[in-house]
Design a protein around this ligand. Structure first.
Ligand code: NAD
Length: 338
């Protein structure tokens, strides 16, 4: 019988496993939940800087080994390591894992890759040098992203003029997902111009990850294909908000309800009246939602790393845009993205 793939988890919090107990979420919705769906994977241990948290996690999810030391976790011969610690600690935890003699061959890192461009670059380089496959969580494989992209192509032949995008919380918490979506629709960015949103609410009732100092930007993005996007990111709401509208040559397409619903309007056939020169009624694009985590883990285990949209290099490109926005707010100038 083939040996099972050995998975280890560091950071025993919500996205690692506890969200699995949230009845409102489609399952699997965590690293642990998705590993457990696969018969060829076994979760061999978990680790948390807070040993009590590691113990509670191991007990709840019946994991045979827990520790507060990454070295002890890796000594369990971990093939795939999930890093689910706060993103400000991604750099130090990844570095410790790669520098370990029992380094894993594959790392599944939570998003965003880091909170600093130089650290993000170093992480990608370090993994490359040590032949470690670095996957970073993003939504590119989600049923919604794929259906939205497909509909722009099918209904409007990809003839995009402008994009407007809105999202709540900060750039590292939620904004990175929108940047990733914009890149997947419009391609790479030439330059950005950004201003910083100053006000924010102090806490988000549903998110202990919310950091009021996480920057929020309103920005113009110019893509290499000539498309421009207006992007609004605010932390003034205490509800989640993630919407996008794409204006095309022959109509418009929108994702509303936090991307739970896609609607579009096509231009009417030209007629005698000036009233025919407008958009027709709103229609809906159907798509079957799928639990994203299942697809993420399948990509990591079975996918072609060279072609994966989850590669560290891809996450780095998205982070570069955030970094360029930061620079633009400091200089009050257009900032090339490179
Ligand atoms: N992909 C998504 O949709 C999504 C959703 C939520 C969170 N996240 C990301 O996942 C990460 C974790 O989020 P969460 O909600 O699970 O947080 P959490 O606070 O519930 O869990 C984080 C855990 O990491 C532990 N930890 C902190 N530093 C550590 C270290 N150096 N070594 C070992 N353990 C350490 C903490 O004690 C805590 O138990 C964040 O970076 C967040 O951005 C992603």
């Amino acid at each position: 019988m083939k040996r099972k793939i050995r998975a280890g988890i560091i950071g025993c919090g919500n996205i690692a496993g506890w969200n699995e107990l949230d009845k409102a979420r489609e399952k699997p919705c965590t690293h642990l939940g998705a590993y457990r769906r696969r018969e060829d994977v076994e979760v061999v241990g978990c680790c948390d800087i807070d040993i009590a948290r590691a113990a509670k996690f191991a007990k709840q999810f019946r994991i045979g080994f827990h520790t507060d030391s990454i070295n002890s976790l890796l000594s369990k011969r971990v093939d795939v390591l999930s890093i689910c610690v706060p993103y400000t600690r991604h750099f130090s935890v990844l570095k410790a894992a790669i520098n370990n003699t029992c380094r894993p061959r594959t790392v599944f890192l939570e998003k965003p890759i880091s909170d600093d461009l130089n650290r993000a670059k170093e992480m990608v380089e370090l993994c490359g040098r040590n032949k470690v496959r670095l996957f970073v969580n993003n939504r590119r494989l989600s049923a919604f992203y794929q259906a939205f992209k497909e509909a722009i192509k099918e209904k409007f032949d990809n003839q995009i003029l402008f994009v407007s995008a809105w999202c709540s919380s900060g750039m590292h918490a939620i904004g990175i997902h929108m940047i990733d979506l914009l890149r997947s629709i419009c391609g790479e960015v030439n330059w950005v111009f950004a201003v910083q949103e100053k006000e924010s609410i102090r806490f988000l009732p549903y998110s202990h990850n919310y950091i009021p100092t996480d920057p929020r930007f309103c920005s113009l993005l110019a893509f290499r294909n000539g498309v421009k996007a207006a992007f609004f990111n605010t932390a003034k709401t205490d509800f989640t908000y993630f919407e996008i509208e794409v204006l095309c040559k022959n109509g418009r397409i929108r994702a509303i309800n936090n991307c739970g619903k896609i609607t579009y309007q096509e231009k009417l056939a030209p007629g005698e009246s000036s009233l025919s020169y407008r958009l027709g009624g709103e229609k809906r694009v159907g798509f079957a939602s799928r639990p994203l985590f299942e697809d993420l883990i399948n990509e990591i285990i079975d996918g072609d790393y060279g072609k994966s949209p989850m590669r560290g290099e891809e996450a780095l490109k998205s982070y570069l845009i955030i970094d360029s926005m930061k620079k633009s707010t400091r200089t009050n100038r257009i900032q090339p993205v490179r």
